[in-house]
Design a protein around this ligand. Structure first.
Ligand SMILES: [Fe+2]
Ligand SMILES: [Fe+2]
Length: 298
């Protein structure tokens, strides 16, 4: 993915492309015009090179991002500027203006997750490309949210605060949880939650980070929500529907709805796995079912 994306970087600018992404097309999904990682989730890797700007736009599908490589990049969400560092997670909820830029050096890559297939199936895709440039950019961090926010009254109702979950907070959480037994299916796993709603990160999509400790061999299960995984570090293997898929740092893989799966870490150290899912949408529809594995694999 990285190799092809860097080649795309030589062929087209971020501004010309609007968004320079390579979308992942899962051959097992329904035949549609739009690439998709599962039948409900769109996944892509985006590249922004130093000095480039991906111009402002907004759309009804929501997007989440896990920064894969680089530093010095930023995203502006409804006027709030968020610095992007490898490992950080941030969201641009549906309808928010967003643009990306890069003041640092070296390529900036991140994983994009969108609920685009869900919104398409509801015939509710809208997009605007003019108007977002007038929003004033001000810094915003997750720590500001925990402390509460202050808004200048004379400017009218403020935009919703921008949410970002820095990788340092994730590592600190896993350090605190190191003595816990964890989940039988996912080992140590934390969900990115929205402190303003105490719910999932987004209306339709949730996201998690999990630490598979060295030697972890987890139990199998299946669920109606689908998941896209990205390997932040380490190596391991996931058995998906009876087939073994080895993975290592930088890989992305998908678990479609109701496919039985189990994970194992196979390297010397821990493995760190980011994932996003359509669980919040499935739960809103009261369609979330989960079953333990049937021990298909002996
Ligand atoms: Fe976008
Ligand atoms: Fe699972």
């Amino acid at each position: 993915v990285r190799q092809f994306l860097l080649r795309a970087g030589e062929m087209i600018s971020a501004e010309e492309a609007d968004r320079r992404v390579l979308a992942m097309k899962n051959p097992g999904t329904l035949e549609t015009e739009t690439a998709r990682a599962t039948d409900t989730l769109w996944a892509a890797v985006q590249l922004v090179m130093p000095g480039e700007v991906a111009p402002p736009h907004r759309h009804s599908p929501g997007a989440l991002r896990l920064i894969v490589e680089g530093g010095g990049g930023y995203t502006v969400v409804n006027g709030s500027r968020v610095e992007m560092h490898a490992g950080d997670f941030l969201i641009t909820p549906g309808g928010t203006w967003h643009e990306h830029g890069h003041d640092g050096s070296g390529p900036m890559l991140w994983l994009d997750g969108l609920d685009l297939p869900i919104v398409q199936s509801l015939h509710a895709v809208f997009a605007d490309f003019d108007g977002g440039a007038d929003l004033e950019a001000v810094p915003s961090r997750a720590s500001a949210l925990r402390a509460g926010t202050l808004a200048p009254v004379w400017r009218g109702a403020p935009q919703a605060p921008t949410l970002v979950w820095p990788i340092e907070d994730v590592e600190a959480a896993f350090a605190d949880l190191a003595q816990e037994e964890g989940s039988p299916y996912d080992d140590l796993v934390v969900e990115y939650r929205d402190p303003t709603t105490n719910g999932a990160a987004m209306t339709t999509m949730g996201a998690q980070m999990q630490l598979l400790r060295a030697g972890a061999e987890l139990e199998s299960h299946r669920h109606t929500h689908s998941v896209v995984y990205h390997v932040v570090r380490g190596e391991g293997a996931s058995n998906l529907g009876g087939e073994e898929f080895p993975w290592r740092q930088g890989d992305t893989f998908a678990i479609p709805s109701w496919v039985e799966h189990r994970h194992a870490s196979t390297g010397d150290g821990d493995a760190l796995l980011f994932s996003f899912n359509d669980k919040p949408a499935i739960e809103l529809l009261k369609l979330d079912f989960e079953r333990p594995g049937k021990d298909l694999y002996g």
